[in-house]
Ligand binder design. Structure first.
Ligand SMILES: [Zn+2]
Length: 65
């Protein structure tokens, strides 16, 4: 194990990279974001209301890929 390596994820609200542990994970289920979803496509978002709001309104995010 290399020391100091922190897995990073990108916030889909603002595009900033942050440690995975500092981001909220959502899953798209039936075209909606679910915070506690276990399966499905994972989307990460930082814990800012602005980003969560943006994410919730973004149809692009839900239809990505
Ligand atoms: Zn963000």
């Amino acid at each position: 194990m290399k020391r100091g390596h922190v897995p990073e994820r990108t916030c889909r609200g603002c595009g900033q990279k942050a440690p995975q542990s500092g981001l909220l994970r959502f899953v798209v289920v039936d075209g909606r974001l679910v915070a506690e979803g276990r399966s499905g496509k994972g989307i990460y978002c930082c814990n800012q209301s602005l980003c969560r709001d943006r994410l919730a309104k973004s149809k692009k995010v839900l239809k990505a890929d």
